[in-house]
Design a protein around this ligand. Structure first.
Ligand SMILES: CC(C)(COP(=O)(O)OP(=O)(O)OC[C@H]1O[C@@H](n2cnc3c(N)ncnc32)[C@H](O)[C@@H]1OP(=O)(O)O)[C@@H](O)C(=O)NCCC(=O)NCCS
Length: 319
């Protein structure tokens, strides 16, 4: 027993920040950002919090699932930028949704949604849950250095959710971690202890773009091939590939090496930038809401991110 995705939802901030807006605060241009990353605009939290977006996405997914809320037996949130370290984002949502089930967060950066799916699969395998709510939510706008043009142009904020019910929709899943602080990190060190004689440290998101780029391309190619093989699918049988939206050049480089028809790739990086673990469930929701999914469709999802982590899976759409 694994699960089927029975409902999806997403939410994003009202504030649209264009590349020209960014050119007003750092030395960059629309042309550089579009050609080097594929991003044209992104949404940034201003009047809303990431908790607000997570709640909105969760409510939409629950409405879409048409499932009794009392039948949600677990909430898993994927996030690295929740409004509190404790309580977890999942506990905050549990309270706001009026539920009494267990709830916890998963920290796997951009791979967080796939990590959450894998954890959910083991709960279904044990037969201890009827439905699970997964919410991916990140607002990296809170943690990037808005003076650093090499990172601040890449990210956007958002939230997306999926309700899972009993079923056999998960056809293959694979996670990996390869511990590495240098490539990509977000410190949580404030040095506020009175007996510690150390200056306050930089707590911004930091990244070695070239190293992450190489890791991203090779892991995406390897993981997509592997889960497609695990699921016993031919490339022709894949309906959609939902690749993590970090840089359109990473996706194009993977495309060139993977023998999957060009029209199967779905992207939305142009409108949203990299929303961390939200990218994949947000695309899933876009496909679902626009009526593009049919029963039996095979969806390949592949993510990579801080950790360094990766996660990939094949889901059959039975929603
Ligand atoms: C970050 C990234 C977009 C940089 O693209 P790149 O083509 O490798 O660019 P480089 O870092 O080589 O920089 C090229 C030049 O552009 C400059 N530059 C960097 N950011 C710029 C910006 N926003 N606007 C204008 N110029 C910029 C650099 O300073 C450099 O200038 P120089 O040649 O005078 O030294 C790319 O490496 C990348 O996408 N990496 C992966 C990131 C990722 O996936 N992160 C999330 C993981 S989940």
């Amino acid at each position: 027993m694994s699960f089927n995705v029975i409902g999806t939802g997403s939410a994003y901030p009202v504030k649209v920040v264009t590349n020209d807006d960014l050119a007003g605060i750092v030395d960059t241009s629309d042309e550089w950002i579009r050609t080097r990353t594929g991003v044209a605009e992104r949404r940034i939290c201003t009047t809303e919090t990431i908790t607000d977006l997570a709640l909105e996405a969760a409510q939409k997914a629950l409405d879409n699932a048409k499932e009794y809320i009392e039948n949600i037996d677990l909430i898993i949130c994927a996030t690295i930028s929740g409004d509190y370290i404790t309580p977890s984002m999942a506990c905050i949502l549990q309270d706001k949704l009026g539920l009494s089930c267990p709830a916890f967060d998963v920290s796997a950066a951009c791979s967080g949604f796939i990590y959450a799916l894998d954890i959910a699969a083991s709960y279904f395998a044990r037969g201890t849950v009827r439905n699970i709510l997964i919410v991916a939510a990140d607002a990296l706008s809170k943690v990037v250095d808005w003076k650093d043009r090499s990172t601040c142009v890449l990210f956007g904020d958002g939230a997306a959710a999926a309700v899972l019910g009993k079923g056999e929709g998960l056809k293959a899943i694979k996670l990996s971690a390869s511990g590495n602080i240098e490539a990509l990190n977000l410190p949580n060190i404030r040095n506020v202890v009175p007996w510690v004689d150390k200056p306050a440290e930089n707590t911004y998101f930091a990244m070695n773009g070239h190293d992450v780029y190489k890791f991203a391309v090779s892991s995406m190619i390897h993981n997509v091939r592997e889960v497609v093989k695990m699921a016993n699918l031919s490339n022709e049988e894949i309906t959609y590939v939902l690749p993590h939206q970090a840089n359109i050049r990473i996706i194009d480089a993977a495309k060139r090496r993977l023998d999957i028809p060009e029209d199967r790739y779905y992207t939305n990086i142009e409108k949203f930038g990299n929303m961390s673990c939200v990218c994949i469930p947000m695309m899933l929701d876009e496909l679902n809401m626009s009526g593009k999914l049919r029963k039996g469709d095979k969806l390949v999802m592949s993510a990579f991110g801080g950790g360094l982590t990766t996660g990939a899976c094949v889901l059959e759409w039975n929603g």
